[in-house]
Write a new protein. Structure first.
Lengths: 408, 224
């Protein structure tokens, strides 16, 4: 019975996303055309020991379909100890590229260092492990034709997913495309992700630049923008690909940082946004839902573990002394009568199928290429099992005041 | 009304509609299960009555009849499994489940009595187990005992197991309990008339059976 309210809320949430996708603002966003006028843009690439990927990241930026005199690429080496500097120097001769070296101070300081040296109208960030499609910037820039918009986000996917964990993340990111597109249409975004989010430079400066933000400077900046009453848009066809953690430990560390950062920001400086009517859907629905999803993820997983342990113990206890050949083999024939279909099971299946539908919608909206089948399979069977691990770890870190290093 | 409020209201409507539809579908499925159980129960009643009638008609030579109560017992066991599943799904306090359990208990008593009569007349020695359990209170051994009996019944098809909910409010069952003199110390077994209380292990339970009763090749099949 404890799970029913959460399942009801999950269906409501997914229904709300679907209805919002069909609403006029989202429909209009989907037919928005590429930018035809070109404000000056600076893309800042903060790097810390990114020698293996920074070259390809920079190449993809140089291949952007945007007037060269309007696009500046600022590579910021945040005190790398590997050969990042040498790779960066290979781009020194390119007139579009500017290189900055500084002592290590964290991603937010690298971004601020980049902003400080540019006069571009729009400033963006691209993580040094991410790559963009040539038309991505024109997709993004067209969002800024609306004067109310001060920030815009892209549509992210995983760069060449290889193992099952990366395929799962790819499906999750595609789900994120749908959510970001839907919520942007009603100004409900609370993260401007590191891979290819853009801002009006004057607003970033007015708001005081990037902050540490509990290791989630992109979320902190988005929350600050929302708190100040500005709008954040999304360009669902602005394709950006990012490297994904390849092991469960790396993924755990990354997500623990994200979730603990979210909790610290939202329960700290920005708790006033929760339930705030002035901040509309963000305050009244999206942030409360996000907090509830963390709580329900931990609670339902705990409940599931408890029930699984109890049922396993009971099953083993009941079967004690019975020959294994009988105890652990299925008996009888298939009969509809014994179909284990109950309210809980059916609702869970509906929530899952709707999630899959939303992932597929995200893939179509963003015109993402590549297969998603393996991603859907791994997302269906793996995501729900491992997500609670980092939810619990992050909540525990926040409760105990524990802070971890940024790198994973 | 704002766009967000309108969307939220529509989403709420969809959520209620989905939840309602699921609740209706699950209820429909459960009703179908109960209907199936009722149909099986009805068929079993007819079979049981038919067997009794045949027994009366062929009083002079009932053992020569092709009629067999083995099939009936097997069907009864299947009905019991389904009823047990339905009880888990619908709850032991569900009125339809209780009604079907009452009918099931009556059919079991009737089958037990016929088996006993036939055994006397035909001089066969079927092995019968009367098993009493309860859903009330803490009887963890009842689950173990039930599973062990299921194993024995599946392994030795000639074994006739009749299970009864000791606390079922049914006159015939109360009389049956009084007649068999089984105490309220559950789980309780009457194996070929011999009383046995509690459950420790399968080997201990097996020891209570008559010698050779649990040998697959020498199973005491009831022949009519």
């Amino acid at each position: 019975m404890l799970a029913y309210p959460f399942l009801f809320i999950a269906i409501f949430f997914e229904s709300f996303v679907l209805v919002t996708l069909l609403s006029k603002p989202a429909r209009e966003a989907r037919v928005r055309s590429l930018a035809v006028s070109f404000p000056s843009v600076a893309v800042i690439v903060p790097c810390w020991n990114e020698a293996s990927t920074i070259g390809a990241t920079c190449d993809s930026l140089l291949a952007l379909d945007y007037p060269k005199d309007k696009l500046e690429i600022i590579l910021v080496d945040d005190g790398s100890t590997d050969s990042t500097r040498e790779v960066m120097e290979q781009f020194r001769s390119n007139s579009q590229v500017r290189i900055i070296y500084k002592e290590n101070g964290g991603k937010h300081t690298a971004l601020n260092a980049g902003i400080a040296v540019t006069n571009a109208e729009l400033v963006g960030c691209l993580d040094a492990d991410s790559f963009v499609e040539p038309d991505a910037l024109r997709e993004i820039v067209s969002c800024f034709y609306n004067p109310q918009v001060v920030a815009a986000t892209a549509a992210m996917s995983i760069h060449k997913p290889k193992n099952i964990l990366q395929h799962m993340q790819n499906a999750e990111y595609t789900f994120g495309i749908t959510l970001r597109h839907a919520f942007a249409s009603i100004n409900g975004l609370y993260v401007t992700p590191g891979p290819f989010s853009f801002y009006r430079r004057e607003i970033v400066n007015k708001l005081g630049g990037f902050r540490y933000g509990h290791q989630t400077e992109d979320m902190e900046m988005a929350l600050r923008i929302q708190h100040a009453g500005y709008e954040i848009e999304n360009a669902p066809r602005a394709r950006v690909y990012t490297k994904a953690p390849s092991t469960i430990v790396k993924l755990m560390n990354q997500r623990t940082r994200w979730i603990s950062g979210f909790l610290r920001n939202i329960l700290g400086e920005y708790r006033g946004l929760i339930g705030s009517r002035r901040h509309g859907v963000l305050g009244m629905l999206i942030l409360p839902s996000a907090i509830l999803s963390v709580a329900s993820g931990i609670l339902l997983f705990g409940l599931m573990l408890f029930l699984f342990a109890r049922n396993t113990f009971t099953a083993l206890e009941v079967r004690e002394g019975i020959p294994l050949s009988y105890a652990f083999l299925p008996h009888g024939t298939f009969d509809w009568f014994y179909l284990p279909i109950g309210f809980y099971t059916l609702i869970t299946i509906i929530v899952l199928l709707t999630s899959i539908a939303l992932i597929t919608i995200g893939r179509n909206i963003s015109k993402t290429t590549g297969g998603i089948f393996v991603g859907l399979i791994s997302y269906t069977f793996l995501y729900g099992l491992i997500t609670p691990l980092w939810l619990f770890r992050a909540a525990s870190d926040v409760a105990r005041g524990k802070r971890r290093s940024w790198r994973y | 009304m704002s766009l967000v409020a309108r969307n939220a209201l529509i989403a709420l409507g969809i959520t209620i509609a989905i939840s309602g539809t699921v609740a209706y579908a699950v209820n429909y499925l459960n009703n179908a299960r109960v209907s199936e159980l009722s149909a099986i129960e009805e068929q079993l009643s007819i079979d049981s009555l038919s067997l009794e009638t045949q027994f009366s008609l062929l009083e002079s030579a009932p053992c020569d009849s092709s009629a067999s109560s083995v099939t009936l017992t097997t069907e009864l066991a299947d009905f019991g499994s389904r009823l047990s599943y339905a009880e888990n799904q619908l709850g032991s306090d569900n009125s339809q489940v209780i009604r079907l359990k009452e009918r099931y208990s009556l059919l079991e008593i009737r089958d037990y009595l016929i088996t006993k009569q036939l055994a006397q007349v035909c001089r066969t020695k079927p092995v019968t187990v009367l098993y009493f359990y309860t859903n009330v209170g803490d009887c963890s051994d009842c689950d173990k005992a039930g599973y062990a009996l299921s194993y024995l019944r599946d392994t030795y098809p000639a074994l006739r197991v009749y299970s009864f909910d000791y606390n079922l409010d049914l006159g015939a069952l109360k009389t049956f309990i009084a007649v068999t003199k089984v105490k309220n110390t559950l789980p309780a077994f009457i194996i070929n008339g011999k009383h046995y209380y509690g459950f420790t292990s399968l080997p201990d339970l097996e020891k209570q059976f008559p010698k050779g009763a649990l040998a697959t090749t020498t199973a005491t099949t009831t022949k009519l």
